[in-house]
Design a protein around this ligand. Structure first.
Ligand code: LLP
Length: 386
């Protein structure tokens, strides 16, 4: 945490009240610039996965960078259009698209549906016909690759609900290429999130190469290949490693994926774009001395940041206001009436007192978007560095 950000946070806590998400917009711009530079290949297109964070200033940075946008609901499509994204640069994924969402997407003229089943493909074709339009479609393939990430955020295994199994792809492609209501664009993949080695992306590229060879020998070409998102961030060292390894990530695909002449490669990055740019700021309400433990009870809970409770995720915790040299081991917990409302057990902090401000770092992705109002709590506010 830079001194400048810490000062701004301390003064905002006074005026805005806690808890709130604090966004370092300079870091966000630097991250986006690094991603753009690493993806300089003219056939690469980045679609920001807005499920990670939908704050309007964040979306504006993505739009100004020239990114398209990856959506998973009608609500996200509407928000992206309201925010000025070109509908032709919107892609729409999800295993359960409702008829109303499909109609909205067709009427707005989105760039591509990422279709997750043969059943859905047939419904989209029917809705397009009813509306007198053609729907652009990519088929999401479940490549059965283990991304070695948390089981709640791995998506590319045969047992997951996502995508079309390889065994059923022939039939899906037949339907997509023969339907007068479908403009078949290509294939879509997404193997999971918070992937911290490049090996799964190499395996994915190899899998795609095999598929392309197989279908080309039958005369089928793909205008687009969408490799999804998934690049992880360093939750342990947000200050020493604030920008993910975009170079390594994009060059893996440049090296391993055999891109065809004129083919576009689409990327749907969420976490890696926004994860490090925000912290959840919370005030310590009580330091409770238990029989065996010291509890730092914060005014934020899992309603504000659910990742620790839901995925056992670790967010580095910093005390921004204590200048004590003595350290103490605390369980940092929230106020909600659930035993799972724990941000971290047995974490070492400088001696902490009532009124201190804590920062839960690396909370820009899947933080504010997953907040909820359980216990009639208010949603956390947002403060932007500029
Ligand atoms: N594309 C598709 C089809 C996706 O399902 C996802 C994320 C992404 C792109 C973006 O992936 P990213 O680049 O952010 O890894 N709430 C969980 C993460 C859920 C990810 C869902 N899908 C968490 O807090 O870890």
């Amino acid at each position: 945490m830079t001194t400048q950000n810490a000062e701004k946070i301390i003064s905002s806590a006074m005026t805005v009240g806690t808890p709130f998400y604090f966004y370092d917009m300079k870091l966000l711009r630097q991250t986006v610039a690094a991603a753009r530079a690493a993806a300089a290949n003219p056939m690469f297109r980045i679609h920001y996965a807005m499920k990670a964070n939908v704050e309007v200033p964040v979306l504006e940075v993505m739009r100004e960078a020239g990114f398209g946008i990856d959506t998973v609901s009608g609500g996200e499509i509407s928000r992206a259009v309201d925010c000025g994204f070109n509908p032709a640069r919107i892609v729409f994924a999800g295993v359960g698209k409702s008829d109303a969402e499909i109609d909205l997407a067709i009427e707005k003229g989105i760039g591509c549906f990422n279709v997750e089943s043969i059943e859905e493909l047939e419904v989209i074709a029917g809705r397009a016909r009813a509306l007198g339009k053609k729907a652009r479609v990519a088929l999401r393939v479940n490549p059965n690759i283990d991304a070695h990430t948390h089981h709640y955020i791995t998506t590319g295994l045969a047992e997951n609900k996502f995508g079309i199994a390889l065994e059923m792809l022939d039939r899906a492609i037949d339907i997509a290429t023969s339907s007068a209501d479908i403009d078949f664009r290509g294939l879509h993949f997404h193997i999971g999130s918070q992937i911290t080695t490049l090996r799964p992306f190499e395996i994915l590229s190899e899998r795609i190469n095999d598929l392309q060879d197989r279908y080309e020998s039958r005369g089928i070409r793909f205008a687009t290949i969408n490799v999804g998102g998934g690049l992880g961030i360093d939750y342990e060292n947000p200050d020493t490693n604030p920008i993910p390894d975009f170079e390594g990530y994009f060059s893996t695909f440049s090296k391993c994926l055999r891109i065809r002449e004129g083919q576009e490669v689409h990327f749907e990055l969420g976490r890696s774009m926004v994860g490090q740019c925000a912290s959840l700021i919370t005030r310590v309400l009580y330091v409770k001395h238990g029989l065996e433990k010291q509890f730092a009870i914060a005014d934020a809970g899992f309603t504000d940041l659910i990742r620790p409770a839901l995925y056992d995720a670790r967010h580095l915790i910093e005390n921004l206001t204590s200048d004590a040299t003595e350290t103490v081991i605390y369980d940092v917990v929230g106020p909600i009436c659930e035993s799972s409302d724990v941000f971290e057990k047995d974490t070492t902090l400088p001696l902490t007192s009532r009124g201190d401000l804590l920062a839960l770092r690396s909370a820009g992705a899947y933080g504010s978007v997953m907040a909820m109002q359980y216990n009639c709590r208010s949603l956390p506010r947002s403060v932007f560095s500029e």
